[in-house]
Design a protein around this ligand. Structure first.
Ligand SMILES: [Zn+2]
Length: 307
């Protein structure tokens, strides 16, 4: 079980143990303290003239991933597919990473993570202060995406304008959802609501990818002829959801629509060679897709976007 708590700094205490051998000459070195797994928290690269930073705000291990990612297949099928991809079938590591885009004139945050403290710390690690964020754009309104909008009853990003999908907002505003009430409703007056194919900022276009939630949106960045799709929760596992887009995912509210969105959008990315950022993909969560068999294969970004 590996859980990284990014909201609290862990004090590293060097445990110097007494030397066990020898009372003689050379002073014995302290036992080297093991530090535990380490994941980079910030990754920055370019898309045309845009500077794009992915911010890891949390990561945790989950057991029994078939119950999340392969609800409609047999245990044998799930185990086989996992073994083929060299990943365990009984555990999964989740990642949570919003994206920060500096267009040169605007600083735009896509989704806000689990809580205000973690996203604030991540934005600061990326070299900015929260009050420098000009726009917060939401892909959808699950708690792990809206959780950082407010902190202690105040806006985490006090100078930001907010943009989100109309369908998504309308859905959640008609429910009795605590996250929506605490995080989104207080900001509703300041929000701009958009639909599919809207040019929402210079070089940023919305793309409907409904299914995971009723109004889940993806956003295409386009600068100097280069593109990248921020696809959020369109596909949440690099093997189970990319290679097998029809496998049912517990968190997809409309499973059929989610699978159809996956096939349509991943097919487009594969055909056009456009890279994407997946919010829950292994950090930094940037890669390409190619078609393979009846599904898709994830090709992680190496250095293409650093050139
Ligand atoms: Zn999510």
């Amino acid at each position: 079980m590996t859980t990284f708590n990014f909201t609290r700094r862990t004090a590293l205490t060097g445990l110097a143990t007494a030397p066990l051998i020898g009372m003689t000459a050379a002073p014995a070195l302290a036992q080297p303290a093991q530090q535990g797994p380490l994941i980079p928290r910030i990754s920055r690269f370019g898309v045309g003239a845009f500077e794009v930073t992915t911010l890891l705000v949390g990561s945790r291990t989950a057991d029994e991933p078939q119950g999340i990612f392969g609800m409609n297949v047999s245990a044998e099928t799930f185990a086989e597919a996992s073994a083929e991809a060299n990943i365990p079938a009984d555990q999964n590591q989740f990642f949570f990473h919003p994206t920060l885009v500096n267009t040169g004139s605007e600083l735009i945050l896509f989704d806000t993570g689990l809580n205000g403290a973690a996203i604030t710390q991540a934005v600061e690690m990326a070299g900015y202060t929260p009050d420098a964020v000009t726009h917060v754009i939401l892909t959808h309104m699950h708690g792990d995406h809206i959780g950082g909008l407010m902190m202690d009853g105040a806006e985490t990003f006090p100078n930001a304008a907010y943009i989100t999908g109309q369908v998504e907002f309308d859905h959640w505003s008609g429910t009795d959802n605590e996250g929506f009430a605490n995080m989104v409703a207080p900001l509703a007056e300041k929000m701009t609501f958009i639909g599919d194919g809207a040019s929402i900022r210079p070089g940023i276009t919305s793309m409907a990818a409904f299914g995971h939630t009723p109004g889940h949106m993806a956003y295409m960045l386009d600068s100097n002829g280069q593109q990248l799709l921020i696809f959020a929760d369109l596909a949440n596992h690099y093997v189970w959801s990319l290679a097998y887009p029809d496998w049912e995912v517990r968190f997809d509210m409309d499973k059929e629509a989610a699978a159809a969105s996956r096939r349509r959008v991943l097919g487009m990315l594969a055909a056009d060679g456009v890279p994407f950022i997946g919010y829950h993909m292994p950090f930094p969560g940037v890669g390409y897709v190619e078609t393979r068999g009846d599904g898709f294969h994830y090709v992680p970004h190496s250095y293409q976007l650093l050139l």
